[in-house]
Ligand binder design. Structure first.
Ligand code: NAP
Length: 306
């Protein structure tokens, strides 16, 4: 019998994955935060609405809460990085001995925290360039088609369920270098997102601050080398410039979080980079100063700084 995809978090990415897996006929169960959210979901018809190219599709997906008893063999963790460890802790009694966890969180740090919480589970890390946003509860807009890399730093063998992703039309690739991918994305994020918040601009606005961007890229180059991730540093500055140009009209995810008064994932991005620099005794004065400025900026707006 096909293994059920338990999807924790019916937010942007969780809904996008759950809807695509379910519409391909695969067994999917959403794991919602609490009984109140479950009641609200069921009152809405227990359906996720997926909006793609302007067309909407209503996909029935059953749901439950963490306290349900059915064992979990495969869990797609689709919450924010700062919620990941606690979310898995809540589900520990339900994880079967060979459970597999697929971790969609951005940045670094949450994956290790989850793996430490669930040492017997296989943890598969993901890095995605897909973009989605929640227009309202249970309704997600597939805004940016992209790609998802998956890998397991402790075991290079691909899991058998990649065929489920293929059948669901989820573009993906299994990679032995998932940590390089995650570090690369983290470095791009550190060079762009905090500055867009501090200068209150779209990504393209950073074209007015070329020296600041270049200095950060050079420190990130050094940091990646110190952390044993030289491949993640290759041509970083050129790629940062390319991304700034290609996404000039967009607001970064961190900028959107701040303007909408939401908690950011700073501790798993710039915070993780600065902590790694301290651990490796790698001097990154501009990154550290950037972190201080960002923390002050968040605190001044009453937002969490961790
Ligand atoms: P999101 O829209 O905020 O969704 C997170 C969901 O997790 C929310 O629905 C939240 O529930 C739920 N949740 C948190 N703790 C939970 C718990 N203990 N039990 C059940 N549900 C819980 O976040 P997102 O944008 O999908 O992002 C998820 C991760 O993917 C982040 O690390 C993000 O950086 C990364 N990512 C996102 C995108 C994107 O386009 N959105 C792209 C690439 C990477 P409530 O609804 O009840 O609050």
């Amino acid at each position: 019998m096909a293994v059920t995809w338990h999807v924790l978090g019916a937010g942007s990415l969780g809904s996008l994955w759950a809807a695509r897996l379910a519409r391909a006929g695969l067994p999917v169960k959403l794991v919602l935060r609490n009984a109140e959210r479950l009641t609200a979901y069921e009152a809405n018809g227990a359906v996720i609405t997926l909006v793609e190219h302007g067309a909407e599709q209503h996909v029935p997906v059953s749901a439950q809460i963490a306290e349900s008893v059915e064992p979990i063999e495969r869990l797609l963790l689709a919450c924010k990085a700062y919620d990941a460890e606690q979310a898995v802790a809540n589900l520990l009694p339900r994880l079967s001995p060979n459970a597999e966890l697929i971790l969609l969180q951005n940045g670094l740090g949450s994956q290790d925290a989850v793996a430490a919480k669930a040492p017997h589970a296989r943890c598969i890390f993901a890095s995605s360039t897909e973009g989605a946003f929640r227009e309202q509860d249970w309704r997600v807009v597939f805004a940016g088609h992209g790609f998802t890399w998956l890998g397991d730093p402790r075991n290079a063998a691909p899991p058998s369920w990649l065929t489920d992703l293929h059948d669901s039309g989820i573009p993906h690739e299994w990679t032995p270098d998932i940590l390089t991918r995650l570090w690369r994305k983290l470095a791009l994020n550190c060079a762009i997102n905090p500055l867009t918040v501090l200068h209150d601009c779209r990504n393209g606005g950073l074209q007015q601050h070329p020296c600041e961007v270049a200095t950060l890229c050079s420190e990130l180059d050094e940091l990646l080398a110190c952390c044993g991730q030289p491949a993640a540093a290759l041509d970083l500055h050129s790629e940062v410039q390319r991304v700034i140009q290609a996404t000039a009209a967009n607001y970064s995810s961190m900028h959107q979080d701040v303007t909408q008064g939401r908690r950011t994932e700073i501790s798993y991005l710039l915070g993780y980079a600065c902590a790694a620099a301290t651990r490796h005794r790698c001097a990154v004065p501009h990154l550290s100063q950037l972190q201080e400025r960002l923390v002050q900026h968040l605190a001044a707006r009453g937002l969490r700084t961790d």
